[in-house]
Design a protein around this ligand. Structure first.
Ligand SMILES: [Zn+2]
Length: 265
């Protein structure tokens, strides 16, 4: 394996709005808390719900894998994902975008550095303040009762799902994209596409029943190059939506700007 040189990083910051109620599951403590079957994951210190970076990243990865039609060949716990298991596959056709951007699990033969880091996302202070006023049994959330109907007996079984209510805003979410080689610049495209795909699908649980529609808003892109890493440069101004940033011309401008901000070689 050759030496690794980090040339710089691109940072995308964005707010995440819950357009419908959002359920990202926490531990199964339902029976202890007023009969709630599924609670949301919370920061144990503040009791506030948050979006784990791993959930967001996992959803982005699975959406891109499906779009590219990649073989689902690696079972990790409950889920099966795509993984290039040989360096030849990892490097084929200019490099597998999914395995370059999102990485390969540790047990697979070392290939290259993972480009994307996704951080946990807390509620904005304003949203935390608003949700803090809710008179719910569980803080910062709502309870949604769903009824499952037994297909044979027609018996109705109510289940209670805890959700962060529609209108809540998390942010800023931070996506950190590292540049190790010139080809990495173009791979940023998959991050922006993944955000669009997540918007069009859902985040967390019960998505097919209406939960988890999110919108990315107020996007900022900045960069640091290794020659003057302390000096953070900003790309244009704020973007209202992923769509605005994803336009072909805008993306081309972004890549040109990033190549200037992060000199490679
Ligand atoms: Zn791959």
């Amino acid at each position: 394996m050759s030496d690794i040189k980090l040339y710089g990083r691109i940072f995308i910051k964005t707010n995440i709005e819950a357009v419908t109620g959002l359920h990202i599951g926490g531990s199964s403590v339902g029976l202890e808390i007023g009969g709630v079957d599924k609670v949301v994951i919370r920061n144990p210190l503040t009791k506030q719900p948050y979006i784990p970076g791993s959930s967001l990243r996992g959803k982005m990865r699975s959406q891109i894998e499906k779009t590219l039609g990649l073989r689902q060949n690696n079972k990790i716990g409950q889920v099966t994902i795509h993984t290039c298991k040989k360096p030849e596959d990892y490097n084929a056709n200019g490099g597998c975008p999914v395995c370059h951007v999102f990485g390969v699990p540790g047990e697979v033969e070392a290939t290259g550095s993972t480009l994307l880091v996704v951080r946990d996302v807390a509620l904005t202070p304003e949203s935390a303040n608003d949700l803090g006023k809710l008179k719910a049994d569980l803080p910062f959330a709502e309870l949604k009762t769903e009824v499952a109907i037994d297909r044979v007996t027609s018996a109705a079984t109510p289940r209670t799902l805890e959700r962060v209510p529609a209108g809540a805003i998390f942010g800023p979410a931070e996506f950190v994209f590292s540049i190790y080689e010139r080809a990495d610049f173009a791979r940023l495209q998959y991050v922006l596409e993944a955000l669009q795909l997540v918007e069009d699908d859902y985040l967390g649980g019960a998505g097919s029943r209406g939960s988890g529609k999110v919108k990315f808003a107020n996007l900022h892109v900045t960069a640091r190059g290794s020659k003057s890493y302390a000096d953070e440069k900003q790309f244009e101004t704020e973007f209202a939506s992923v769509q605005a940033l994803n336009q072909k011309q805008k993306f081309d401008d972004l890549i040109k700007w990033a190549q200037d901000a992060i000199p490679v070689g």
